[in-house]
Design a protein around this ligand. Structure first.
Ligand code: FES
Length: 209
C-alpha cells in the first residue's frame, strides 16, 4: 500500500545513522519504508514489502548498488525494479516485479523522503546540526501536536523534528545549535532523554485519565 505523506518532506533519519551498504526501517506517519544507502553512498527509499512474498525489505542487506531481500534473495535496484532472482539466475525479472520507491534526499545531515519529488528541496535548517534520533513511547499529537518543537536542551538551542509513527510511538530527530561544543552536545543529548521521559509520563497520565 502506498505511504501517504502528510507534508512535502518527512525527516526519517540522520545521515550519520545510515553508513554506506546498510538498510534501516524509516518511520513515517503512514508506515515504515526501507531506507538504504548503496556501497557508493547513494540513498534510496523503497516500500518495506518485498514484491515476492511480502518480507520486509528493511530486514534485507545491501550488496553494491542493490538491496536484497533476506528471504529468497531477490535483489532490487534504486528504482525498485527487481534485478535478480537467485533461484533463476538466467531469467531477466519481469518489469512488473517492482517495489514502490520514494524521493529521498539528505540536507545538513538529515535524510528526508517524499512520495513524489516536491518542487522545493528539504529545509536546510541553517544554524543547526544533527545530534541524535530518539524514539518516544507517546503519541506525537499528544506530545507536540505533531509539530516540530523548538526548545532549550541543557541551555542549548534545539530543534526537534517530530515524526509520528501512526501508533503510540514518536520519533524525534534532535538538532542543536551548530556552534554547540562536544561537551554541550553530550549535555543536550542527556537533556533530550529527560524530555523523552517527561513525554512518556505525560502519555501515561493521558491514558489513565
Ligand atoms: S519474500 Fe523477498 S525474495 Fe522472497
Amino acid at each position: 500500500m502506498p505511504v501517504e505523506m502528510h507534508r512535502d518532506w518527512i525527516p526519517v533519519a540522520l545521515s550519520a545513522d545510515l553508513p554506506a551498504a546498510t538498510v534501516v526501517p524509516a518511520h513515517t506517519p503512514s508506515g515504515i519504508l526501507a531506507l538504504w544507502r548503496s556501497a557508493s553512498g547513494k540513498l534510496t527509499a523503497l516500500a518495506d514489502r518485498c514484491p515476492h512474498r511480502g518480507m520486509r525489505l528493511s530486514y534485507g542487506f545491501v550488496r553494491g548498488e542493490a538491496l536484497s531481500c533476506i528471504y529468497h534473495g531477490w535483489s532490487y535496484g534504486r528504482n525498485g525494479q527487481c534485478q535478480r532472482i537467485p533461484a533463476h539466475p538466467d531469467l531477466a525479472p519481469p518489469a512488473a516485479i517492482k517495489a514502490a520507491n520514494y524521493a529521498a534526499e539528505e540536507r545538513n545531515g538529515v535524510i528526508w523522503i517524499a512520495q513524489e519529488e516536491p518542487e522545493t528541496p528539504p529545509p536546510a535548517l541553517e544554524g543547526f546540526k544533527p545530534l541524535r534520533s530518539i524514539t518516544v513511547g507517546a503519541d506525537a499529537e499528544l506530545i507536540a501536536g505533531s509539530r516540530d518543537v523548538r526548545m532549550r536542551l541543557a541551555g542549548i538551542d534545539a530543534l526537534l523534528l517530530i515524526v509520528g509513527t501512526g501508533g503510540s510511538e514518536t520519533v524525534a530527530h534532535v538538532m542543536v545549535d551548530a556552534a554547540a561544543s562536544e561537551v554541550e552536545c553530550v549535555a543536550a543529548s542527556r537533556a533530550a532523554e529527560g524530555w523523552r521521559r517527561d513525554c512518556e509520563r505525560l502519555g501515561r497520565k493521558d491514558l489513565a485519565s
